[in-house]
Design a protein around this ligand. Structure first.
Ligand SMILES: O=P(O)(O)O[C@H]1O[C@H](CO)[C@@H](O)[C@H]1O
Ligand SMILES: O=c1cc[nH]c(=O)[nH]1
Length: 251
């Protein structure tokens, strides 16, 4: 049985798992795994920490993607080679609309492709769109749990600082291409910034896989640039949504 190159796993290691929950942060992957039945650590290599367990009696993988599109594309490609068909991202994010508050839950329907990696899967005029049914499961999960949410478009950037137009940085300079971009996205109704959904949505749509994305808001960019909230409670809420969505999709 062939091992995939980065994850070092074989199809047998996944015990038939067809659904993966994919956070950015490896420590979050470990925390999510504690909600599965019989969780085991499959591998911890580079930014990829993968766990296997059961949800609703079925095998599920939790695998961190690291930050950004390139590493996300590797995790998704290799998990797909191992039999995974549905990818549920659970992330953190910065809101750019004034009415969205820290701690709110955002579901991304589609993403603005500010990344580079998605262009290696499909040209820029191809949409970075989520899977309708996986996204509907995120929405229904919020309904079942009584959690309010916002749903809409996400700007998904390769960089946390210039690409999300942050000036509170080492140089204080944002290249011209990004000056005014945050206001432009606001005016176009974009909800938030994060860094993986454009790659995830584009590659999954192009490859015939299914993807959805939920995120908890750490900062409202109309009020401050750098998050300074306690992530714990926000993560618990977004993790509860992704686990409930996974259960609905597995039912
Ligand atoms: O919390 P995660 O899932 O890593 O998501 C967000 O947080 C990171 C930046 O701080 C980026 O990966 C961004 O997309
Ligand atoms: O502002 C933020 C917060 C989390 N993740 C991002 O990419 N941006």
């Amino acid at each position: 049985m062939e091992k995939v190159f980065h994850l070092g796993l074989t199809r047998d290691d996944l015990h038939g798992a067809k659904l993966a929950i994919v956070p950015g942060d490896p420590d979050r992957a470990a925390r999510i795994s504690t909600f599965l039945e019989n969780p085991t650590c499959l591998v911890q290599t580079r930014e990829f920490h993968a766990y296997l367990g059961q949800l609703s009696g079925q095998s599920v993988v939790i695998c961190s993607t690291g930050i950004g599109g390139p590493s996300t594309s590797i995790a998704v490609e290799e998990l797909a080679q191992l039999g995974v068909e549905t990818f549920l991202r659970i992330g953190t994010t910065g809101a750019i609309q004034p009415h969205i508050n820290e701690g709110d839950i955002l579901i991304s329907q589609a993403s603005v492709r500010l990344d580079g990696a998605s262009q290696h899967f499909a040209p820029l005029n191809y949409p970075a769109v989520s899977d309708f049914f996986a996204t509907q499961a995120m929405v229904n999960a919020c309904g079942n749990l009584g959690i309010d949410f916002h749903i809409g478009i996400t700007a998904s950037s390769d960089t946390f600082y210039p690409g999300q137009e942050r000036y509170d940085t080492y140089s204080g300079y944002v290249p011209k291409a990004f000056q005014g971009s945050c206001e432009e996205w606001q005016k176009l109704g974009v909800m938030n910034y994060e860094m993986e959904s454009a790659t995830l949505f584009t590659m999954c749509a192009a490859l015939g896989l299914k993807a959805a994305c939920v995120a908890g808001v750490l900062v409202n960019r109309t009020r401050q640039e750098i998050p300074n909230v306690d992530h714990g409670e926000i993560e618990k809420k977004s993790v509860s949504v992704v686990l409930e969505a996974a259960k609905l999709l597995l039912a």
